[in-house]
Design a protein around this ligand. Sequence first.
Ligand code: GN1
Ligand code: MG
Length: 366
Amino acid sequence: MQPASAAREFDIQGRLVNIDIVGQGNVNDTYQAVFRAGGSVKRMILQRINKNVFEHPNWIMDNMRYITDHVLKKFSNEPDDKTREWGIPKIITHNGADFMIDEDGNFWRAMTMIDDANSYAKVRNVEHAYEVGIVLGCFHRTVSDLSCDKLHDTLPGFHVTPHYLTKYDKTLDGNYDKERMESVPDVKRLIRFINNRRNIVNLLENALQDGELQTRIIHGDPKVDNIMIDNFTGYGIGIIDLDTVKPGLLHYDFGDALRSACNPAGEDETDLDSVFFDTNLCSSFVEGYMAQAIDFITEADRYYLFDAIHLITFELGLRFFQDYLAGDKYFKVRFEGHNLNRAKVQFKLCESIAANEKAIREIINT
Ligand code: GN1
Ligand code: MG
């Protein structure tokens, strides 16, 4: 079914007057649909879920329903902090159901938009980094009293770093694109880069198994692109893209948000010299995050936060590189070598994080 026809199936008033692709999502297809009823306009986000990635798309919606109901209730009961408004996307139903499956078997879902707010693919300044920290901290805070037991694991193995190394090794064992492996000079260098870091991949999972860290509800993908900023005030409003909300280590979120918010060049930069981990942005993010996290962050959590930033950056580089070698099967690509370039950016960032370890640990511990 075409996106415009799918959009009309959802329970929203008005005539569809426009539909466009939005965002730079690497997995699902996302559209913004505009409906007009008389003099007023309503916008919604429509998504076709990538079923190659999410085996049970209905689980995403069960989780989204559970989380958004809780968060919305919580926001409405919280005292007004007199500065900002919080928001979160609300599900728009299809004949009362939380999703729609079309005649071709495509899985569609729709949700409200956070009006007059934007998200950005790159961090803009220290104020922006602070707001990213505030919003992620607020999300963790508002779900910190929810039990993990009711959530489905929408993507088993997601953010379990050793699992990605195993997948990569299997690809190297023969499931790779031969031409890329043999003719691209950077490939050998990146293989060496990964081999030199094999010893770090179990760090967080070991801490979890030893009982030092606990599983909580995490967002799974808190990059700057998923943090909505109010167009009028510049304050963060909320977090979007709730597909990967699941039980996991809070560290994955903390690390993922920082690897994104402290890289002013962004994930798609082709000039590797301009990719680095900016510790000023890091300080600002941590200040924002900790202001929200004060009641739930433990000493043991804090101890592993540096490792989390380093590890998740390595993990994302590994995921991009594995996908490049496998022939771009998972992440959508916009040009030849896109996944290779993405991997190089994350590995460059990983080196910069390691080089700034002392400064980053100081920021986290003060
Ligand atoms: C993917 O599709 P998107 O852009 O929301 C990926 C994340 C990565 C991110 C990197 C389900 O997110 O894990 O961090 O790309 N999502 C999934 O940009 O794999
Ligand atoms: Mg995502």
